[in-house]
Design a protein around this ligand. Sequence first.
Ligand SMILES: [Zn+2]
Length: 199
Amino acid sequence: MSAPEHHEVEVDLFGDPIAPPDPGAATRGRRGAVAAAQWQAWLNDADLVARYRASIHWRGPSACAYWLSSISSSGHGKFRLGSHTDDSRRVVTAHLIGYQLHRGVLPDALGDVVIGHTCDEPSCQNVFHMEVISRAENDADYRRRKNRWPLSDVRGAQGRALALREAIRSALDNGSDVESALGEANAAGRPHPPADTLF
Ligand SMILES: [Zn+2]
């Protein structure tokens, strides 16, 4: 049984709370209201980047790389940066760091875009599974795919991400096979087959 996640409001660069995503966007990425210059400053920080990388479970170049730290209500990885002392403390969506680290910081003038997951796994940090996409397109993608695996996971986006995280963590802790643990955690979220209609 996993510990309940500590409730925390995500804030933008100016400290205003970021509204929870629409149900239609719940499992997809948001860029967040952080200016390009601020992203670049964060990404130039080697300690920050090392801390980001240490929170990911890598399984190979084409596999989903699941986030092992805090998970948001929408199933995304959360990453804390900045400090309380100079009021720069922020929580950002983890995969926005990974994407911009590998592909470059997105310019401020890009408009209303998000970094979406083509794998539909919001906690995934594999940059090859991410794309820059307009919010409208991302929402439409979600509506098209929401009844398909893995978006159809009965545990919901956050429940799924937490279950996968716990499977990896405990397998690593007790030296058992991570891939079998992930296989079981996956299977546990499959929609139930239709009820028996013999009667
Ligand atoms: Zn993925």
